[in-house]
Write a protein that binds this ligand. Structure first.
Ligand code: BES
Ligand code: MN
Ligand code: ZN
Length: 453
């Protein structure tokens, strides 16, 4: 039936082409999905095509469907990897955020069941569990980014993190604004000053490996809303600035997922939370702040607040002497100039971390590209009055300058910085993405930690 349909209806199997055939009253519809040229067909095309088809089926009110696993295998994939990628892309592709809709809730369409049909004797149990835990982490990261900023304040996110840490294997700690000040985290303290919701520093630990094994530290930027402060962002640049906690949101859900999967790794998450607002006690340009590690910072622009809260969080993480520090931050708008919304720039001081992120990038399908940390960039942030200043005089090499600033707070430890300024947010429903928060770096980090040795 299918082959005669293909002949008669000129189905070309072009990438993204989908045709629905009425089969019989039991099966109803068979959907043929085009995957394009066989040589170009890899996991990337597979994931996005399959997510697009899932979206289309859902929007046509299909509540359940099955997938023939082998029909998506051109011989280049292992069936278990294929099952994992299919499950993960469908689950995150079907993500929707409708918590704040009150009208016609019953008209919102959902897929309730997806069946994977295979002739293989394997059950893919591990892969399906991995896919659903990671998909859950991606979805909850997207939620936290999408929740409006009047709700997702620093206090709310800290409370959310505390609840999340009640899972077995997780240990939670939080520092409030008074403790942050007492610990001499002058940067996080200053950035949070202008908001009625006071800053927090969340610390979560997960020990899945032997006690003797050094921890991996994961530090995520959690600015719950970035007005720019006294260097106020003009319209429309101030829109969507609730997405500025994407790094923190990702790191919280990564550690939760590691605990759920019982991955054999020791991990510590440090998430600085603050809202960058304006009022009489807000910080200002020309201020000089002292970070947790004693480095003094001259403020030239209150909109470069992310690197300030990260400065304290990174130097706190470094004081725990971890094996490596990985930070995820929506640090710069300049990241758009570098790679557009296709990929995410990263910078590192360590060859082993470079290798790890490249491998994880390939496996997770999150496109990452390295930028250099050449010593010449150091001069850009020399200050007349303090050790360093928080922006350069000229708006050039923005992503690199952000990283060069952060490097002053990682104390020579192996370090990897990921700037999700652009990729934290999607402007469209496309493939595995849904308009809004993307959950950037969750799949990547999970691949990095999956077999961390
Ligand atoms: N959160 C922003 C980065 C950002 C801006 C992400 C626009 C996505 C879209 C960050 O705090 C910021 O404002 N960075 C400034 C830095 C500048 C003042 C050196 C920027 O990129 O404009
Ligand atoms: Mn800013
Ligand atoms: Zn910001």
């Amino acid at each position: 039936m299918i082959s005669s349909y293909i002949k008669e209806n000129n189905f070309k199997a072009e990438k993204g082409e989908a045709k629905s055939i009425f089969a019989n009253k039991n099966v109803k519809n068979v959907v043929l999905v085009g995957l394009g040229e066989e040589e170009k067909y890899g996991f990337d095309i597979l994931s996005n095509t399959i997510a697009d088809v899932a979206k289309r089926l859902r929007d046509n009110s299909t509540e359940s469907f099955s997938i023939f696993l082998e029909s998506f295998n051109n011989g280049n994939f292992k069936d278990e990897e294929l099952a994992e990628k299919i499950a993960l892309s469908m689950l995150i592709g079907l993500y929707k955020f409708s918590d704040y809709k009150t009208k016609d809730k019953d008209k919102i369409k959902y897929v309730k069941q997806i069946t994977i049909i295979t002739s293989s004797s394997k059950d893919f149990q591990n892969e399906i569990v991995y896919a659903s835990v990671v998909a859950d982490a991606v979805s909850k990261t997207r939620d936290l980014v999408n929740i409006p900023p009047n709700v997702a304040t620093p206090e709310y996110v800290a409370y959310y993190a505390k609840e999340l840490s009640k899972k077995p294997g997780l240990k939670f700690n939080v520092f409030d604004d008074k403790q942050i000040e007492k610990m001499k985290m002058g940067c996080l303290s200053a950035v949070g000053k202008g908001s009625a919701s006071k800053p927090r520093l969340v610390v979560i630990e997960y020990n899945g490996a032997a006690k003797s094994k050094k921890k991996v530290a994961l530090v995520g930027k959690g600015v719950t809303f970035d007005t720019g402060g006294y260097n106020l962002k003009p319209y429309p640049y101030i829109l969507n600035m609730k997405d500025d906690l994407g790094g923190a949101a990702a790191s919280l859900h990564v550690i939760e997922a590691c605990a759920k999967l019982k991955l054999p790794v020791n991990l510590i998450v440090v998430a600085p939370l603050a809202e960058n607002m304006i009022d009489g006690s807000a910080y200002r340009p020309d201020d000089v702040l002292t970070a947790f590690n004693g480095v003094t910072v001259e403020i030239k622009n209150t909109d470069a607040e992310g690197r300030l809260i990260m400065a304290d969080a990174l130097s706190y993480a470094a004081s725990l002497k971890p094996a490596a520090i990985i930070d995820v931050a929506s640090l710069t708008g300049a990241s758009t100039v570098v790679l557009g919304s296709v990929g995410t720039p990263f910078l590192s001081t360590d060859n082993e971390l470079r290798e790890r992120i490249r491998n994880a990038s390939e496996k997770s399908l999150e496109k990452m590209w390295e930028l250099p940390l050449w010593q010449e960039y150091e001069d850009y942030i020399k200050s007349d009055v303090a050790d360093i200043k928080n922006i350069a005089d000229e708006p050039e090499a923005g992503v690199i300058i952000g990283a060069v600033f952060l490097k002053h707070f990682v104390e020579e430890l192996p370090w990897l910085h990921i700037d999700i300024g652009t990729t934290v947010w999607s402007k469209a429903d496309k493939g595995i993405l849904t308009k809004g928060g993307t959950g950037a770096t969750v799949r990547l980090m999970m691949e990095m930690l999956r077999d961390w040795k």
